[in-house]
Design a protein around this ligand. Sequence first.
Ligand code: 3DU
Length: 225
Amino acid sequence: MALPLLPATMRIEHRLIVALDVTDGGRAKSIAHAVVDRVDALKVSWPLVLAVGRGIVKDLAPLAYVLCDFKVADIPNTSRLVVEQAVAAGASGVICHGFAGEDSVRACVEGAGRADVFVVTELSHPGGQEYTAKFAEEFARIAVRAGAAGIIAPATRPDRVRTLRAIVGTKRILSPGVGAQGGRAADAIAAGADAVIVGRSIIESRDPGDAAERIAGEIRRHPAT
Ligand code: 3DU
């Protein structure tokens, strides 16, 4: 059941989402406070939730849109239950995998209610080319047919973002892989991403607020084409 006060859709302003890939709740909150004026969402994943509990989602939700990157990929019933619990915990968006099939993605969208579902197409790391890349276009079509809010596409391969943009039309594209994985924020945005997802380049910086501002500045200087 969606919480009534959560934002229904992600507002894109800075075109930047921070991945809070830390395992200390205090550190996650202090990074969130440092970057919140420069990002459109806080992405929370398994390392943080497993380390400190799902209460972290509720703690962060008043600050900004919280995107739970749980990469849901199970049979439809289990997938729906996971997404419902993420939304009940305070998530405004949840990430699921396209490879679990259209019925599972539909179950995620159903379980999300008013919250957003984003579907992983092609993973950004080198291994993402072994399997996910071969079906990425089909995963993008599934996202559209199932009524997802958007897809996750690799900033490490801007040409693939361009190809996937042609499939998803006006759906959101969020692109991880900037910085530590070698991609450039401006290239992903120019290729059609709505926002980039950045973890280590921000969270491992001595000044996460400043690091986020530098990336947001790079994006502002190279507007989408
Ligand atoms: O490489 P970074 O440290 O900037 O973190 C990227 C984040 O995005 C991280 O949480 C990772 O799990 C997530 N992600 C990918 O990197 C690649 C994908 O295809 C999907 C999600």
